[in-house]
Design a protein around this ligand. Structure first.
Ligand code: SF4
Length: 337
């Protein structure tokens, strides 16, 4: 089977990842030479390609050695003996991989490589918050730069945030940068009867913030039995209307367990695209919510960073800052058990 046929075979059912994600035979034939060149060069450079679930499906299914959320990918990077890691996502995720893998070359191909959430806060902002609330522990979501992690006490992911906040031995906790996730955590602590007060920062993921509860209600009326699956970066109003809330990896696992007439995925549409490839028998409704940063990754740039990387493609972190950020992540492992 040719590479174009393999791509078409895998991607023909994808419809939810935006207008650029229609995989006709002609489109797959255009993509195939890039896929072949990247896979060849990857072997020669002893590289692995790690792709976030939100990037374009031809990357996930054409050239990636593994795909998942940023935390899963950082762990895979750590376990790998590859000399070069091409991290196809956004910059803060490449930084997390570099914090855990200082001896490896980490390359990021996307440009722009930002994130509305990670870019909402700096290390200086965290220092100001600490000065305003002396002695209050600072938790940061993993969607933050190395500079921010270096200023915080404990890192959390969307999978472990509720349980780690519950375990922190302090009533007041500064939580940055996701305001919506922070509100969801506060509600969960109240529901568990825990006396916690979260001090929040005004950051949001613009993709998850966009969801409108009215749209969820309309789709529920239109599709009896609809299962609504949401990421905790969505607003509390959205989570109240959802059947299941979890990180991208938890959403994927839950989808394997349940059987419903239709599903509404309230997270970046790359995850729906993955589900359409891996579970083509399931029906997905709703419109695409696309992250412009994740979708800035493309095969041409992956080929470029493998063949002729520019200075900006390398993720470098000063060692003193890396060690502080590493301590913040390691405390997460301690709390998560
Ligand atoms: S989906 Fe949201 S949190 Fe993820 S990279 Fe895009 S803007 Fe950032």
């Amino acid at each position: 089977m040719s590479t174009a046929d393999i791509l078409f075979d895998k991607l023909q059912h994808v419809t939810t990842a935006g207008p650029g994600c229609i995989y006709s035979r002609e489109r797959c034939a255009e993509l195939a030479p890039f896929v072949d060149a990247i896979n060849e060069l990857k072997k020669r450079r002893k590289a692995i390609i790690l792709a976030h679930s939100y990037v374009n499906p031809e990357i996930v299914y054409g050239v990636a050695d593994a795909s998942g959320d940023s935390y899963q990918l950082a762990k895979i990077a750590k376990a790998s003996d590859a000399e070069v890691i091409v991290f196809v996502a956004v910059r803060f995720m490449g930084e997390t991989a570099k914090i855990l893998n200082p001896g490896k070359t980490v390359l990021i191909p996307s440009e722009p490589d930002g994130c509305s959430l990670a870019d909402s806060i700096t290390g200086a902002d965290v220092r100001k918050l600490k000065a305003l609330h002396p002695g209050v522990p600072v938790l940061c979501y993993i969607n933050t730069s190395a500079e921010v992690k270096a200023e915080c006490d404990v890192c959390v992911t969307s999978s472990n945030v509720y349980d780690i906040v519950a375990k922190i031995p302090s009533r007041q906790i500064i939580f940055v940068p996701d305001k919506l996730m922070g509100k969801n955590v506060q509600e969960e602590m109240d529901r568990r009867g825990l006396d916690k007060e979260l001090i929040l920062w005004d950051g949001t993921c613009y993709v998850h913030e966009e969801y409108d509860p009215e749209m969820v209600r309309t789709l529920r009326d239109r599709h009896p039995g609809l299962q609504v699956m949401a990421h905790p970066e969505c607003s509390p109003g959205i989570l109240h209307l959802s059947d299941f809330v979890g990180s991208t990896s938890q959403l994927l696992k839950q989808m394997e367990k349940i059987d419903a007439p239709a599903y509404l995925m309230l997270t970046e549409c790359g995850l729906s695209a993955r589900l359409q490839v891996e579970m083509p028998q399931k029906q997905f409704v709703g419109t695409c919510s696309m992250c412009k940063y994740m979708k800035a990754n493309n095969l041409a740039d992956i080929l470029r960073v493998l063949s002729e990387p520019k200075t900006r493609d390398f993720v470098e972190i000063p060692e003193d800052l890396r060690l502080k950020a590493l301590a913040c992540i390691e405390r997460m492992f301690d709390y998560a058990g």
